[in-house]
Design a protein around this ligand. Structure first.
Ligand code: AMP
Ligand code: GLY
Length: 410
């Protein structure tokens, strides 16, 4: 088979690696990819949002299967265009991807299909949102509608923070904002491979959303992850599948927008059971780097089975994976482009490129999150030690990382 992967980050680097390891696959292409993927895929210079050029490339090169990484490509309707042309694609349509692209849509669906989540209200103007805020207790959560790369959410501990977030959101007059109740508990990510009602949940991971150690600072796309998560046992996974994932898939069919692709649920394990924090319509990043590196079953054969509405039992590496993100100095406010990075040869961990480029043969930063360093070992502690010893070998003046990835489970 020839497989095309759409996207340019660490998640797509991982997808490309897994696809390249498949016995079914002869050739892997990534558009637009990044320099780090060149040893597992051919890099194609087409933007991930240029839907027509991507579809023409797939047609002209007889691509057998396309896999989509980023939410922004889904929101551009890449799956719709491929399906229209009869091209096989593992991704949700633009309509189905609203489960991620609109917080308001997601909350409405959850309410309609009794999917456990926190109470909420949606607002289209500052005044009404401030009046509602006055009726609520703290902490409170403010979410801007629309795609924000993990950065449009404020968990406000103080009222002033909530007011600030609302004023910021409504400085763009067309914005909608969801205000929702705070959920207290242990957060985890579960991703399932889905097609209609066919579902294969993958092993669980835990992301670290805040930029600094001890969960301080702004929310980011994710600063590190590990898998499996011992605290989330089989019963909790079954509960999450039965109460959150399956009802969502049924609901989407009922709404005439059946979901095909990677369904991601951010879940809070509360005293009152599992509750949905958010849905994403794609694989998580850096969850992909930690989950897929443990999958032993042929990844492409799993996707093909699910597209054929068959489930398969998955075989997992019993070792623990842990991934640490190395980010540009001012991430998530801004990113540093063009700072040199030196990766020495004596590194045991796997390195996934999230935002890098090559300039005159030198590896450089090219985004907010730059590298994800992933190690596997027989215990989480050993995986952590291995990864951090390698992270410290990577030289760059402009990169930082969290020091406490995995600590919630250690
Ligand atoms: P989201 O983009 O909706 O996943 O929000 C980003 C992060 O904010 C989540 O991963 C949580 O850590 C936190 N968060 C979002 N909603 C809530 C909530 N209702 N209660 C507590 N924390 C939340
Ligand atoms: N790491 C969480 C996400 O991909 O949204």
């Amino acid at each position: 088979m020839k497989v095309l992967i759409i996207g340019r980050g660490g998640r797509e680097h991982t997808l490309a690696l897994k696809v390249s390891q498949s016995e079914l696959v002869k050739e892997v292409f990534v558009a637009p990819g990044n320099v780090g993927m060149a040893d597992v895929a051919s890099i194609i210079n087409i933007d991930e949002h240029d839907v027509l050029s991507l579809a023409c490339f797939a047609e002209d090169n007889s691509i057998d299967l396309t896999i989509v990484g980023p939410e922004s490509s889904l929101a551009c309707g890449v799956a719709d265009e491929f399906i229209k042309r009869g091209l096989k694609i593992f991704a949700p349509t633009k309509n189905a991807a609203q489960i991620e692209s609109s917080k308001d849509f997601a909350k409405k669906i959850m309410a309609k299909y009794n999917i456990p989540t926190s109470d909420y209200k949606t607002f289209d103007n500052l005044n009404d949102s401030l009046l509602y805020l006055n009726t609520k207790t703290l902490p409170i959560v403010i979410k801007e509608d629309g795609l924000k790369a993990g950065k449009g959410v404020t968990v406000a501990m103080k009222k002033e923070e909530a007011i600030d977030a609302l004023e910021r959101a409504f400085s763009e007059p067309s914005n909608k904002v969801v205000i929702e109740d705070y959920l207290d508990g242990f957060e985890f990510s579960i991703i399932a491979i889905c097609n209609g009602e066919t579902i294969i949940p993958l092993e669980v991971a835990q992301d670290h959303k805040r930029v600094f150690d001890n969960d301080l600072g702004a929310n980011t796309g994710g600063m590190g992850a590990y898998s499996p998560v011992e605290k989330i046992d089989e019963k909790i996974v079954k509960d999450t599948t039965d109460k959150i994932l399956k009802p969502l898939l049924k609901g989407m069919i009922n709404e005439n927008m059946p979901f095909t692709g990677f369904l991601f649920a951010g879940v809070m394990l509360t005293n009152d059971g599992v509750k949905t924090i958010e849905f994403n319509a794609r694989f998580g990043d850096p969850e992909a780097e930690c989950i897929l590196t443990r999958l032993k079953t042929d990844f492409v054969s799993v996707l093909l089975s699910v597209l054929d509405n068959k489930t398969v039992a998955l075989d997992w590496d019993s070792r623990y994976s842990l991934g640490v993100v190395m980010a540009s100095e001012n991430y998530p406010e801004s990113s540093t482009i063009g700072a040199d990075i030196e990766i020495p040869d004596n590194i045991d961990s796997m390195i996934f490129h999230m935002g890098t480029k090559s300039e005159n043969g030198r590896l450089q930063t090219n985004g907010g999150r730059v590298l994800c360093v992933v190690g596997l070992d027989s215990s989480l502690q050993k995986a952590k030690e291995k990864v951090y010893s390698d992270v410290k070998k990577i030289k760059s003046d402009k990169l930082f990382f969290r020091n406490d990835i995995g600590d919630k489970m250690l």
